[in-house]
Design a protein around this ligand. Structure first.
Ligand SMILES: NC(=O)C1=CN([C@@H]2O[C@H](COP(=O)(O)OP(=O)(O)OC[C@H]3O[C@@H](n4cnc5c(N)ncnc54)[C@H](OP(=O)(O)O)[C@@H]3O)[C@@H](O)[C@H]2O)C=CC1
Ligand SMILES: CC(=O)N[C@@H](CCC(=O)OP(=O)(O)O)C(=O)O
Length: 401
């Protein structure tokens, strides 16, 4: 048998892998087929017990920004991932601390202490999740070894037009060469490109909830691309863990308010995706709101249908488009999606309703901003990039109530 410890990467045959997952669930595991991509192209059989015991046969993962909300969510999701193990974690103010001291819910995870990025050793890492603030991210990613696969959760590589980035983010782009390489990671829409990518720009939470229903409808010419009105609502974890006066309990509880009216930085990201689908410039009215809840996001989208199209057409098209998808679910007619039905999960639930104004429709989609809106979609993308089943580590059902 080829020595797996000497490989830079291992590729697990999806068919065997699914069997292995089934084995774990229902009976004593038997064996796992591992394709050794460097040493030999012939399938190799190893005993499952060997695989489990030899931790180095898992891909080694770095989490940059492990002390933040999306970083901790990645750690939670990876806790039961059979093919990834965390070998590096970084923090800024909390560098030097253990994960359990920063997040007691993770105290039982056997993980290295967090270090500052400047002290990080990337020789022991195959891929990183970059969970850092925008701006900071570009400089850090620019300095990473080119052999690393990267999923960047920040907004730094999402906008193809550098000028647009500089306008909306109010700062110069510091890694323009990398921008050309980055693939926008809206998984269900760009799966083929994501599979072959090295650097993924993971979509923003609002843009995920909005583009998943709208892109298929625009591509099928079922809705007009003018007069799209989007009203979105987010839980407070969307703003990150850093202390801000505006996010104090007293400022958020028992009320709701809009913010970023007419100028939220997700506008160019949403318009970029919709324009690409329409093959013409699309503009939208978008207003986000902050809700007194820790996680969850709803986008209510008002559209004008194309001449001759009906809500039944919209419904049927979304139903066909997402029929085989694991994480995007079109609810039955007249069912209303609730954010509480996706908490902690990678699901996006959506529905379509006829407006009482003839020719218009109302689309509602919900996600968990920290999962499908951030770390869950990031893991879905890295699974694809590493050639393992896309749903690995993402099958936990939502928390309810
Ligand atoms: N929260 C959400 O729902 C979503 C967030 N995103 C994006 O993901 C990224 C991470 O977000 P989130 O986890 O919420 O943010 P947090 O503020 O919760 O966490 C930020 C992390 O980055 C570290 N950090 C901060 N400044 C620096 C620096 N100068 N150098 C190195 N590390 C630094 C922090 O370390 P320390 O704690 O030690 O200071 C912390 O680990 C952001 O770009 C955000 O916009 C994307 C989609 C959704
Ligand atoms: C509630 C809240 O503040 N949400 C954040 C969006 C979170 C997100 O997706 O941010 P990135 O584009 O930076 O990744 C905001 O409105 O800025």
């Amino acid at each position: 048998m080829a020595s797996l410890s000497s490989l830079n990467s291992i590729c697990i045959d999806p068919a065997c892998f699914i069997k292995y997952q089934d084995d774990v669930k229902i009976s004593k595991p038997k064996k796992l087929c591992v394709r050794a991509s460097v040493a030999s192209s012939a399938p190799q059989s190893v005993q499952f017990e060997d695989f489990k015991a030899r931790k180095f046969e898992k891909f080694r993962i770095g989490v940059l920004g492990a002390s933040g909300y999306t970083g901790s969510e990645i750690i939670r999701l990876l806790a039961n991932h059979p093919n990834f193990r965390i070998t590096l974690m970084t923090a800024d103010r909390k560098a030097g601390q253990s994960i359990g001291s920063v997040f007691p819910h993770l105290v039982k995870q056997d993980l290295p202490d967090m270090v500052a990025v400047k002290d990080a050793d990337f020789s022991n890492v195959d891929a990183v999740f970059c969970c850092l603030p925008h701006g900071t991210t570009q400089e850090i990613i620019k300095g990473l070894p080119s052999s690393l696969k990267i999923v960047d959760l920040s907004a730094d590589f999402r906008l193809q037009d550098i000028g647009e980035y500089e306008e909306w983010y109010g700062q110069p782009h510091k890694a323009q060469e990398l921008q050309k390489e980055a693939v926008y990671g809206l998984t269900e829409i760009s799966r083929d490109e994501i599979q072959g990518a090295r650097l993924i720009a993971n979509p923003g939470c609002y843009p995920t909830s909005i583009q998943l229903p709208l892109i298929p409808l625009i591509k099928a010419n079922l809705i007009e691309v003018k007069n799209i009105i989007i009203d979105s609502k987010s839980g407070v974890s969307g703003a990150g863990r850093g202390a801000k006066e505006a996010n104090l309990y007293t400022e958020i509880a028992e009320g709701i308010h809009s913010y970023g009216v007419t100028r939220h930085r997700h506008v160019p990201e949403i318009e970029q995706g919709l324009s690409e689908a329409a093959k013409s410039k699309v503009t939208v009215s978008f207003t986000p709101h902050l809700m007194p809840m820790s996680r969850g996001m709803q986008s209510t989208i008002y559209v004008e249908m194309a001449p001759g199209a009906s809500t039944e057409d919209l419904y049927q098209h979304l139903s066909n488009f997402y029929e085989k998808e694991e994480f995007v679910v079109l609810l039955k007619k007249n069912e209303i999606p609730h954010t509480r039905h996706v908490r902690g999960s990678n699901y996006c639930l959506m529905s379509v309703f006829p407006d009482r104004i003839p020719g218009r429709a109302i689309i509602i989609s919900v996600i968990d901003n920290l999962v499908k809106g951030a770390s869950g979609q990031a893991l879905q993308n890295l699974n694809l990039m590493m050639g393992i089943p896309e749903n690995t580590g993402l099958l936990s059902v939502p928390l309810f109530p």
